[in-house]
Write a protein that binds this ligand. Sequence first.
Ligand code: 2RA
Length: 339
Amino acid sequence: SAPSLAVVGVTGAVGQEFLSVLSDRDFPYCSIKMLASKRSAGKHITFQGRDYVVEELTPDAFQGVDIALFSAGGSISKEFGPIAVGKGSIVVDNSSAFRMDENVPLVIPEVNPEAMSGIKVGKGKGALIANPNCSTIICLMAATPLHQHAKVVRMVVSTYQAASGAGAAAMEELVLQTREVLEGKPPTCNIFNQQYAFNLFSHNAPVLSNGYNEEEMKLVNETRKIWNNNDVKVTATCIRVPVMRAHAESVNLQFEKPLDEERAKDILKNAPGVVVIDDRAANRFPTPLEVSNKDDVAVGRIRRDVSQDGDTGLDIFVCGDQIRKGAALNAVQIAEMLL
Ligand code: 2RA
């Protein structure tokens, strides 16, 4: 029978996208609970033509819930994820709280489905599965098919990350600031501590003692876990750019075995969840606007790395919707594998 669902953080940008994706993919369910903070409790949500009242997130809310999709921040996941699992729910957590826990599968369904094999609804046992960080998902959707053919030994990533990664309020602030700046007014800086419109800056995540910020170390650590390979060398620089909801990433790959650019393009053209946009003559390549609100990750600028000998190096450019494939779609695809 169809599972009972709960969406935790339902009023947030990703929470709302959970509902869109569940509906778009006609995900089967016998019931669905809309859960959020006390502040949002009582709000009405229409989903698939029915009216739902948002309920306050409490331990009892998970009674009888088969699958709980979480996107309410790390502290909520840390507090309520284990409670939900204890009540027999399977939690798909979009926060970073449990991603690096060795007992928690970190899953991109097109990339490493085997990591969650055996976890199914209806066994009466709870479980927790972690959704990778959006910049990791978008990068690895393109890098993994190539890795599977020629074994990546080193990956260098530069990201150009959208406002949506910092939440709906950041998206609203970008619009507000753009209008203010065009009107010659001082920009309103509540979310970020500096002007965002017509600007870009190092990602707002805390900077660690090694000089990397948390977003960059997520890419490094999550890639190694998802590829189950602690030897692969990864480095990253994450930048916040004034774009609404799709991340862009420049990725340089060094392979153990030769992989020429034509073969690489063929591999990517046949990769699940990936579309190739690579028209050199027209200078037409992936853009955030083109992938926004879409499921697929777009790849282009596929070219041999001229700094490497032979065909052991490749540069690509990847764009993907941060809220959709970067978060909600990936989580719902994980949920589909539980059925
Ligand atoms: C960001 N990846 O884009 C983070 C949010 N999950 O800021």
